[in-house]
Write a protein that binds this ligand. Structure first.
Ligand code: NAD
Length: 258
């Protein structure tokens, strides 16, 4: 059930972090994969690392802030591999390009940019992938959300609103295209110790997440990729419209419980 022979996947933000781990895992399970990212250098090293895997991996330079580039990323999958079966809407746009701040300091421009980066891009990915999935007899869409979607954050109102919107988009796509054999789900990580996360997250923040998580470890990128691959596979064929937490039980624990 975890075999992806002859399947074609597009992973946005596939050059680093969660997307990178997803690309590698899918290719190791025989999927052909398109890395859709702005980072050509990291994508290049990933393609080298995947050279001996059974699935083929190619790069499509894609800025998900531009609709025509999202359309092109789907065309790239079709011209490279002839079809698209899996779309992972995952790219994480940094705050320098998708600014966020407290509401009292928010500009409409910043608000729109963050919503575009984390919600509109996923809708556009679906818009361009769905017709081909439907023609092919089905497909799977997996969105990367965040635990910020479920709980209020202090200075990330646009990001958390976008991710909450992503949950509703997930359900809308699941309900509308289920009859076309297209499933749509989201993975909902808490803090993930990606390479970038390890380099940039303040130690205090990592400590807070560790204290709030019942498990004795925090997530690595591979842990989230494993959930994405499960949701993309036939092993999850009855899961549709679900926003699946992968944060080690962080949300079920009361903060004063040690
Ligand atoms: P990362 O920074 O490790 O990787 C993000 C990738 O997206 C990079 O390869 C980057 O080049 C690419 N990217 C950035 N802007 C882009 C754009 N405009 N167009 C195309 N690609 C672009 O990030 P990550 O931590 O793996 O994040 C992936 C997803 O996981 C994001 O949606 C993020 O919101 C979500 N998430 C991450 C965490 C965490 O703690 N790392 C927690 C919850 C949710």
């Amino acid at each position: 059930m975890l075999n992806f022979t002859n399947k074609v996947a597009v992973v946005t933000g596939g050059a680093s972090g969660i997307g990178r781990a997803t690309v590698k895992t899918l290719a190791s399970l025989e999927a052909n994969v398109v890395i859709a990212d702005i980072d050509e250098k990291n994508a290049g090293t990933l393609i080298d690392e995947c050279a001996d895997l059974p699935g083929k991996v190619v790069f499509c330079s894609t800025d998900i802030l531009h609709e025509e580039q999202i359309a092109n990323m789907i065309s790239h999958a079709l011209s490279s591999f002839g079809r698209i079966d899996i779309l992972h809407n995952n790219a994480g746009v940094p705050r320098s390009r998708a600014p966020d701040c407290e509401i009292t300091d928010m500009t409409v421009e910043w608000w729109h940019r963050t919503i575009d980066a984390h919600l509109t891009s996923a809708m556009l990915g679906c818009k361009y992938a769905l017709p081909h999935m439907i023609t092919n007899g089905g497909g799977v869409i997996v969105n990367t959300s965040s635990s910020a979607a479920a709980d209020a954050t202090v200075d990330l109102p646009a990001y958390s609103s976008a991710k909450a919107g992503l949950h509703q988009l997930t359900r809308e796509v699941a309900a509308t295209y289920g009859r076309d054999n297209v499933r749509c789900n989201a993975v909902v990580p808490g803090l993930v110790l990606t390479e970038r996360g390890r380099a940039t997250l303040p130690a205090e923040q990592i400590k807070l997440f560790a204290a709030q998580t019942p498990l004795p470890y925090l997530a690595e990128a591979q842990d989230i990729a494993n959930v994405v691959v499960f949701l993309a596979s036939d092993a999850s064929r009855m899961i549709n419209g679900e926003c699946l937490r992968a944060e080690g039980g962080m949300m079920i624990k009361l903060p004063y419980w040690e």
